[in-house]
Ligand binder design. Structure first.
Ligand code: ADP
Ligand code: ASP
Ligand code: MG
Length: 411
């Protein structure tokens, strides 16, 4: 079999852990499999590199940030290749560009556009284990790009598609995908399997265990993902198209995203084309907007609130100053101390009462809801950042997610 494995930052956090990963990879290789391994930067390296740049300036160049951040993964591939070689097998480490990964010309969150697999195939045919740096690629101008925080998962899945791997395993520091973050809710339950669509929603809404674009890519190329722990041999979670066990559940999981900031524009004239102008100006600056709420019109003006990721708050505030002048709004506000908690489940479509249960659970804990957004398979609420953990625990309890046989129905 041709197996792609990905090991995250904690799994390669120090020399001992890198040796542990090397042993796991070599054991598989000695069973007769072809092995391609993707690694993240060691431990908190990426955060530390970002902090270092911020000590120099608050507004570093995106190109140089990608140059800087990509070094973290380069350290890991070299060390893992050294560890594998010391156990015997032939091995080669490759950066993203050396592995043929091409991306869009956008820094800090580029999408993979193509993979030239010729070098990968040649090295595998030569019998080598390949170790590839996650999270990075090369854009048309020849510059290094990165794929967004947590993007090594996407590297692994894209490579698995490019070499038509038989299996893609994502090794991390928990045993699989849980009903919610097991580090926040102690009685979170591990799921044996989950569908691509549900996983995609969980990942988009903050479940860091998988990068959303990794799930998107796995769904498009129909690659089952096996999420497992690098520190034991426990069975993990399979992410795939169909899921027999859990498919009738109304709610599959609870997530939280703390990388959220809320902005509000007051006194926006109530005229056709104004919302277009506001969000076009944000889009033109590459700012990705999530939740949008427009309050009902009073005296010919509206208030428009929306959320962005905290990393884009500074750029958003600069843009709002311009927006206010262009559309003739009266003022604006922002709050960086918010979080978005969400209840997710494919079965909630057509099941009345999930919203009421969600709001009731938050009300019982006196948690105030600032903004609400819903879709067929999720309900998201913006709340105070400091209340996020309490909210996750109460929602997990209210929907009985700790119980394997729960049907968490509201009837
Ligand atoms: P890696 O460095 O291996 O990529 P991440 O930190 O990116 O690891 O992702 C794993 C973490 O995701 C876990 O330690 C856990 O705290 C968090 N997490 C959040 N939501 C979930 C969930 N629903 N199931 C499992 N882990 C989750
Ligand atoms: N090292 C990068 C990060 O910390 C990518 C990854 O770990 O997937 O976001
Ligand atoms: Mg990750």
């Amino acid at each position: 079999m041709l197996i792609v494995q990905k090991y995250g930052g904690t799994s390669v956090g120090d020399a001992g852990r890198i040796k542990n990963v090397a042993r796991r990879v070599v054991n598989k290789y000695r069973e007769g499999h072809q092995m391609m391994v993707v690694v993240s930067a060691m431990g908190d390296t990426t955060d530390d590199l970002i902090k270092l740049a911020r000590e120099i300036t608050n507004n570093p160049s995106p190109r140089e940030m990608d140059m800087l951040m990509s070094t973290g993964e380069q350290v890991s591939i070299a060390l893992l290749a050294i560890a594998i070689k010391s156990l015997g097998p032939d091995v080669v480490s490759l950066t993203g560009p050396q592995a043929g990964i091409k991306t869009e010309s956008i820094h800090s969150r580029a999408r993979i556009t193509d993979i030239d697999n010729s070098r990968l195939i040649a090295e595998l045919e030569a019998g080598k284990i390949i170790v590839v740096a996650g999270f990075q690629g090369l854009c048309d101008s020849g510059d290094i790009t990165t794929l967004g925080r947590g993007g090594s998962d996407t590297t692994a899945v894209a490579l698995a598609a490019a070499v038509k791997a038989d299996m893609c395993e994502i090794y991390t520091d928990v045993d699989g995908v849980y009903t919610t973050d097991p580090r926040v809710v102690p009685d979170a339950r591990k799921l044996d399997s989950i569908t691509y669509d549900e996983m995609l929603e969980l990942a988009h809404l903050g479940a860091a265990v998988l990068h959303p674009r990794a799930v998107e890519c796995a769904k498009i190329y129909n690659i089952p993902l096996h999420v497992r722990c690098s520190f034991n041999d426990n069975p993990g979670t399979i992410v795939k198209e169909e899921c027999d066990m859990e498919k009738n559940l109304i709610v599959t999981g609870v997530t939280c995203n703390k990388n959220v900031a809320k902005l509000g524009i007051f006194g926006v004239p109530d005229q056709p084309g104004v919302a277009y102008m506001v969000f076009k100006m944000l889009a033109d600056r590459n700012i990705s907007v999530d939740m949008i709420v427009q309050s009902s019109m009073r005296d010919g003006v509206n208030d428009i609130s929306f959320t962005v990721s905290q990393d884009e708050l500074r750029k958003s505030l600069e843009t709002i100053e311009e927006i206010i002048k262009v559309v003739g709004a009266t003022g604006y506000t922002h709050n960086a101390h918010v979080a978005m908690v969400s209840v997710v489940g494919a079965g909630m479509n057509g099941n009345p009462g999930v919203a009421a249960m969600t709001f009731g659970a938050l009300a019982d804990e006196e948690i105030n809801i600032d903004m609400i957004s819903t879709s067929d398979i999720k309900i998201s609420c913006i709340i105070k950042n400091g209340e996020a953990e309490k909210a996750m625990n109460v929602l997990h309890r209210r929907f009985a997610l700790a119980e394997a046989t729960n049907c968490n129905c509201c009837a």
